[in-house]
Design a protein around this ligand. Structure first.
Ligand code: NAD
Length: 473
């Protein structure tokens, strides 16, 4: 077992108090991290505030170089990092590798983003220009499902925009992020990136800290609402990436054999613990029987187990609280007599937070397992008849993160997509995010956006400077 330290003001430090981090595959402690409170947060914020004075004046090239250094540090140590990630998060090695290389790729790509000045007016009377200025010190708060990707997608745009950051990983999955902190300690100027760990109560301290100017948060909608409230005291800027209950809509012209496997992984990747996983799959009645059978058949070929073992496709749930919540939803479905195509028939036992692949056969629309975000290896298949009906059903949610349409008729797919109340809709693919394309939720799935120029702008204020050209001075 290793102790992982925090990064504050360019130094790896601890405070002598520790939090254990468990491996969800076997419930054994895999590492310890500092249990920080107000004192450590104040030190980290002071360091970030001090570093901001000079970092905000750096050129685009200097920032790009530093961020590319972060990308290289992650890529060069990918083997060590993905194994560590599996040991704390539970996802299979291959998916952990994708996250690590994805984070390095995101950093490299986003290092090239720029925010150019905009000329609003340029004539005989006036020159008016909008420039973007960094907001200041950012507080980043991240969840446990993609701990590395989420940390990088907060640190990188903050730095590129000229901000400094204090980042708090989830207490369930801080290890890989702290190992990255160690790797980038001498890559980033002291104080620009600070990473501190602690229990959930450290979150509100960040949200309410008077010397933090912006919060960028990924996590649940319930916590997002608390953050919005906490940040309101001094009108901090906020970006919130929250929960989802994404619908996939499969039209009758879709090729059953070709889409079955893709649909499966759109729900079960990372054991379903993905904000943009397909959490409700609507299948047209003409192909419902064939497609549900094909998905259930494919599911039988996928191994649920320890993510460090070769051949595992679906790992454990990341933590006990979420494990119990998913089991509760499954129990509710059993109690209500809903039909299961797979799973639901045996209770998991032994160590590790394993849930069998669970596919439900056309439960009612108001079933908890349909209406709530499951965030686990659960896939309700739902039968629909008309397009108008399925659009209404898909939109009948407080969430509005993403969705997908599967059809050979892509024009029809786009027509449906335009009627869905979500931030992203994929036609014939799933979970595709680009470093250059904005990603954000409608309704209660978020506030603002990450990624691309839109995401970068959220770390800045617009400042307008006008010069009166025909002034009598
Ligand atoms: P969570 O909201 O419980 O915790 C997220 C982070 O917030 C953790 O670091 C936690 O310590 C911290 N936190 C907890 N209480 C806080 C408070 N009162 N104030 C400030 N911070 C606080 O979420 P989770 O369970 O870690 O993650 C799962 C949720 O995240 C799911 O709902 C999922 O859909 C969502 N999610 C969304 C996206 C997205 O991009 N939209 C991506 C991944 C996960």
């Amino acid at each position: 077992m290793t102790d992982y330290k925090n990064l504050i003001d360019g130094e790896m430090v601890d405070n002598g108090e520790w939090l254990d981090v468990l491996n969800p595959a076997n419930e054994q402690v895999v590492g310890r991290v500092p249990a920080c409170g107000k004192d450590e947060l104040d030190r980290a914020v002071a360091a970030a505030r001090w570093a901001f004075k000079s970092w905000k004046k750096t050129s685009q090239e200097e920032r790009q170089q530093v961020v590319q250094g972060i990308a290289a540090a992650i890529k060069d140590n990918a083997d060590e990092l993905y194994r560590l990630l599996t040991s704390e998060q539970g996802k299979p090695h291959q998916q952990a590798q994708q996250e690590i290389y994805g984070a390095a790729g995101l950093a490299a790509a986003q290092s090239t983003l720029t925010l150019d000045d905009v000329i609003n007016q340029d004539d005989d009377t006036r020159l008016s220009r909008t420039r973007r200025v960094p907001v200041g010190v950012v507080g980043g708060i991240v969840p446990w499902n993609f701990p590395v990707m989420m940390a990088i997608q907060k640190i990188v745009p903050a730095l590129v925009a000229g901000c400094t950051i204090v980042l708090k990983p989830s207490p369930f999955t801080p290890l890989t992020t702290l190992r990255i902190a160690e790797l980038i300690k001498d890559v980033v100027p002291a104080g620009t990136v600070n990473i501190i760990t602690g229990e959930d109560h450290l979150g509100p301290m960040i949200t309410e800290h008077p010397d933090i100017d912006k919060i960028t948060f990924t996590g649940s909608t319930a916590t997002g609402k608390k953050i919005m409230e906490g940040a309101s005291g001094d009108l901090k800027r906020i970006t919130l990436e929250l929960g989802g209950n994404d619908a996939s809509i499969v039209l009758p012209d879709a090729d059953v054999d070709k889409v079955a496997e893709q649909l499966f992984w759109s729900s079960f990747s990372n054991a379903g613990q993905v904000c943009i996983a397909a959490k409700r799959v609507y299948i047209h009645k003409d192909i419902y029987d064939d497609l549900s059978k094909a998905i259930a058949e494919y599911a039988k070929t996928v191994v649920v187990g320890d993510g460090s073992q070769q051949g595992t496709g679906v790992g454990p749930i990341q933590n006990k609280k979420q494990y119990e919540r998913v089991l509760e939803l499954i129990q509710d479905a059993k109690d209500n007599g809903y039909k299961f195509l797979t799973g639901g028939d045996k209770d998991p036992s032994g160590t590790g937070y394993y849930v069998p692949i669970t596919i439900l056969d056309n439960p009612p629309e108001d079933a908890r397992i349909v209406a709530e975000e499951q965030f686990g290896p659960v896939m309700p298949l739902l039968k629909f008849d008309t397009i108008d009906e399925v659009i209404e059903r898909a939109n009948n949610s407080e969430y509005g993160l993403a969705g997908a349409v599967w059809t050979k008729d892509t024009d029809k797919g786009v027509e449906i997509a335009e009627q869905l109340e979500t931030g992203t809709v994929w036609i014939n693919e799933f979970m595709q995010l680009s470093p250059f394309t904005p990603f954000g939720g409608h309704k209660q799935s978020g506030f603002g956006a990450e990624y691309g120029v839109d995401g970068l702008k959220e770390f800045t204020y617009p400042q307008v400077i006008t010069v009166k050209r025909d002034a009598a001075v």
